[in-house]
Design a protein around this ligand. Sequence first.
Ligand SMILES: *[C@@H]1O[C@H](CO)[C@@H](O)[C@H](O)[C@H]1NC(C)=O
Ligand SMILES: *[C@@H]1O[C@H](CO)[C@@H](O)[C@H](O)[C@H]1NC(C)=O
Ligand SMILES: *[C@@H]1O[C@H](CO)[C@@H](O)[C@H](O)[C@H]1NC(C)=O
Ligand SMILES: *[C@@H]1O[C@H](CO)[C@@H](O)[C@H](O)[C@H]1NC(C)=O
Length: 457
Amino acid sequence: MQLFFLLLGLLFSVLQAQDVTVTDKMTALVGKEVIFPCTFSSKDPKVRVTQIMWMNSTVSLAVYSPHLGIHVNDPTRFQLVDPSPTSVTLKISRVYYTDEGEYSCEVTTFPDGNLKAFTKLTVKAIPQNSAEAKSGVVADDQEKVVATCKSANARPPSQITWHSVIPGNISNTITNNTDGTSTIVSDFIMTPTWTTDGMPVTCITNYDSTDYPIPLKLSVQYSPVVTIEGFDDNWHLHRSGVFLICNAKGNPPPTSYIWKTVDGSPLPSSVRAKDNVLYVDEVDARVNRSFLCEVTNALGSRASRQDVLVREKPNPSGAGTTGGIIGGIIAAIVGVAVAATVIMICRQQRRNEIAKDEEEFDGPPAYKPPPPSLKLHTEQPSGQEALLRNPPHQHEITYDEDMTPPKIRQSSDPRLHSALEDEYLEQENPIYNEFKPHENGSRQEDHGFVMSPAVYV
Ligand SMILES: *[C@@H]1O[C@H](CO)[C@@H](O)[C@H](O)[C@H]1NC(C)=O
Ligand SMILES: *[C@@H]1O[C@H](CO)[C@@H](O)[C@H](O)[C@H]1NC(C)=O
Ligand SMILES: *[C@@H]1O[C@H](CO)[C@@H](O)[C@H](O)[C@H]1NC(C)=O
Ligand SMILES: *[C@@H]1O[C@H](CO)[C@@H](O)[C@H](O)[C@H]1NC(C)=O
């Protein structure tokens, strides 16, 4: 009995002393090469290797025998690299997705027989990701594809999601390619409006647990959106140097600005139209009428209307406009300066008092009154603040030296678009005015900046 255990133990240690080693898990890319190492070691010098064979789950791929040489199943794809009785490395030179699966390295020894080790191959393909905002999308009430994103030839398949502040529907098309990869095309579908022009959307491709975002900017074409500013409800006889500015956004950009009178009569000789500015050198009764600014781009024309009321005398309450804003700013600056001076004087006085106290008592004073608190009161009504923070016309206007018409640069800030949308709604729907939040509410009082109703031509 004891002898049996001794023999068993001996056998076990001999078995343990022999080892076939492979890499458990391997990953290869489609079309690339992959190398499977297999090493054999034995502590028993009597053991002889007679054959080492690499197999997939069904057939032998390559065999090495120290005596008989090498046999390879398909030499165009499989190769044995520097085979020896201790190491046989299989190389697949061009991996197909069908190569995915289990492989084994089998070592036949004399006198002990066969030893096997398994390895698992996963075949992957890294996709090509691309995305584009569709060009030539025109704003109307038709749902359409505004952006497309593609992740081509992925294995495992990739997923596409969209990140966007504007609501849209997503349509995905997945194709299984013959090489075992898959291609996904994702369309972002919405009803484009002019306010969505330039809006950001992001296509996010998820492949192999990693996100690959591609940011895009939508391009939506629309005919001009027109507003007129410059009338402050204080155009009185003999006032000079006033003008109306016609602001227009459009995609493609506006190409022409035409000033007209609403009744169709020719422009009075007291006004001068220069592109998007209507100059009035000196206000007279002929200016007492309604004007139209008609703006055209490649998609069409739209106009905005400005009613001008000419007064006999300056409007006593008319100071609440441009002048009022400037006045408010000056008042605020003066106020801050005064407050700062007061604070400094107070501090200086306190410092003097402390110095006096310390001289008189030569120790910590018992009680000191707290410094007087200062309340800063700003003169600006909230409406004007709102106007300053968020001017009603979201355009940056720059003047050239020779007074050519102001150039309008369109801002890409999404907040501005929503502000513009407000304006737009305001023009479209007078009721919208009534329910507007307080921030914009006072705009109605500031006649100088009230949008004139848009007129469609
Ligand atoms: C094993 O390899 C042979 C030869 O390349 C191939 O025809 C067969 O499909 C493979 N089998 C598996 C399960 O991969
Ligand atoms: C998404 O599609 C549904 C059904 O076609 C439609 O009712 C909805 O308005 C669409 N949403 C957007 C944001 O386009
Ligand atoms: C593509 O392959 C997946 C599995 O890999 C399968 O579920 C799907 O139905 C296939 N799609 C097509 C269109 O053949
Ligand atoms: C302008 O027209 C209005 C009526 O439309 C009239 O009340 C006003 O007096 C006119 N102003 C001048 C200066 O004629």
